[in-house]
Design a protein around this ligand. Structure first.
Ligand code: SF4
Length: 376
């Protein structure tokens, strides 16, 4: 029996797909090289942008014919998109040939849903509201010499444009000892040269633990593990990036001098409307500190253009922030309205053409900066 996984979205989802692969291999499935040769096809979905959701609907819909020809083929849809109850129900109605529809927290029980489906021949649809971190699940790692290690799941920040807190729940940190022993095993295996720590907001790590441990302390302890490996992490929230973390990055050779710090906007009114809890001045202060303490740092960031009510002047504040920091690379996104978020109900939605023009201006600026820096 063979499986094929289609993954949409971020690194958290890529890592979740490694967990899904581990669960399926434990059940005796082997990886298939195409959907055609698979006995089970799993779509691990993303809800962050409308385009990602449309792609999932398109991809799942395209399997109708295959399922008709091979009724024993199992089709499962899971992840952030189906964590939203309304979307799970829409999926069920629109695609009656899908066998399993589950949310992000139900993934740990995928094996049980497959068994129940085979026994009862009845569609399995279930979405849990919350879930604990399961330390015992196997992972089938697929990212070459890089190993993803989840340190915290969920998010408490509720940025007004973001669906993550609604589909990944509140912050839950893994126990420090569990993380350290996972990394020790990975390093000992000799297969991995890079350990990437994952979380929606890694800087928040440990605040919820019975024995609190800061992200800086965790990084220091990881660096004490013997072996030839590098450490990286994502993603950081500027309001939680402490001096302690910057100092550890500066001091430890094992930590890559590569910081991804999403700014999202360079305008204070828009940052407040986004509920980012820092100002342009705060952000620039952190950047100054990072550059001073880590002169070789490689800085990257995320930006959203066309947030509701964003004026041309306010957009130009984002433009000037990028000019001032001179990031090594940026990810610029057009604001996409997500049902269920605060921003989706805001007045003053910006038209698509204006958003497109603004995002292109940022990308042109990025190219210009890179060209100048490459010349240097
Ligand atoms: S910090 Fe904001 S953007 Fe990041 S996952 Fe949490 S709510 Fe979303």
């Amino acid at each position: 029996m063979k499986y094929f996984i289609v993954t949409f979205g971020c690194q958290m989802n890529v890592h979740d797909s490694e967990k899904i692969a581990g669960i399926l291999e434990q059940k005796g499935y082997e990886r298939a090289s195409s959907k055609e040769e698979a006995d089970i096809i799993v779509f691990n979905t993303c809800a962050i942008r409308e385009g990602a959701e449309d792609r999932v609907f398109g991809n799942v819909g395209a399997l109708k014919k295959m399922k008709k020809e091979r009724p024993d083929l199992i089709i499962a849809v899971c992840g952030c998109m189906t964590q939203k109850e309304q979307t799970a129900l829409e999926m069920k109605k629109k695609f009656p040939f899908v066998d399993i529809i589950i949310g992000t927290f139900n993934v740990v029980k995928l094996g049980e849903y497959i068994d129940k489906l085979k026994e009862s021949r009845k569609k399995q649809v279930e979405v849990f509201e919350e879930g604990d971190i399961d330390e015992l699940l196997p992972y089938k790692r697929t990212s070459g010499e890089n190993a993803w290690v989840n340190i915290i799941q969920g998010c408490n920040n509720f940025c007004t444009y973001c669906i993550v807190p609604y589909v990944r729940g509140r912050e839950k940190s893994r126990e420090k000892e569990a993380i350290l022993s996972e990394i020790k095993e990975l390093v000992k295996s000799g297969k991995y040269k890079q350990i990437t720590l994952l979380g929606q907001n890694v800087n928040s790590y440990g605040k919820d633990l019975k024995n609190p441990c800061s992200f800086a302390q965790l990084l220091s302890e990881i660096c004490k593990i013997e072996g030839d490996f590098k450490v990286w992490f994502m993603t950081s929230h500027p309001k939680d990036l402490s001096d302690e973390v910057i100092d550890v990055i500066a001091k430890e050779d094992k930590i890559l001098k590569d910081i991804h710090l999403p700014a999202q906007s360079g305008n204070n009114r828009i940052l407040a409307k986004m509920n980012r809890k820092y100002t342009r001045e705060d952000y620039l202060k952190i950047i100054k500190k990072i550059k001073r303490k880590i002169p070789s740092v490689r800085l990257t960031s995320d930006f959203i253009v066309g947030f509701p009510t964003e004026t041309e002047e306010e957009f130009l504040d984002t433009y000037s922030l990028i000019e001032e920091v001179r990031f090594d690379s940026i990810f610029a996104f057009i604001y996409s309205k997500r049902e269920g978020t605060v921003a989706s109900k805001m007045d003053g939605q910006i038209d698509e053409e204006t958003k497109r023009i603004r995002v292109n201006k940022l990308l042109d600026l990025e190219k210009k900066i890179q060209k100048e820096d490459n010349k240097k």
